[in-house]
Ligand binder design. Structure first.
Ligand code: FES
Length: 106
């Protein structure tokens, strides 16, 4: 699937990533700044926070309790569309997904 990441300044980057890869892994692998991922994808840090575009928000699997709790501690404002990018696993169904990066992760 191809996923679009939009930085706070509006710059966009499209990444075509392998199914089964998390958005966080893809972003860090491609050197996308704006994702810190201190805990390496273990749902423990909330520095991989992203905002999922409205149209996609409902199409993702629901938040786990851990993800929900961590998002409360995210550095940037939590919105209804906030997710942890390490918990979003790329599948064919997510082709075209658009996420926005928050203005800070720590
Ligand atoms: Fe730490 Fe996602 S990388 S919670």
């Amino acid at each position: 699937p191809t996923i679009t990441f939009i930085r706070p300044d509006g710059a966009q980057r499209e990444l075509t990533i392998a199914e089964g890869t998390s958005l966080m892994q893809a972003a860090t692998h491609h050197g996308l700044d704006g994702i810190v991922a201190e805990c390496g994808g273990n749902a423990m840090c909330a520095t991989c926070h992203v905002y999922v575009e409205d149209a996609w928000s409902e199409r993702l699997p629901p938040l786990s309790e851990d993800e929900d709790a961590l998002l409360d501690g995210a550095a940037a404002e939590r919105l209804p569309t906030s997710r942890l990018s390490c918990q979003i696993i790329a599948t064919a169904a997510l082709d075209g997904l658009v996420v926005r990066l928050p203005d800070r992760q720590v």
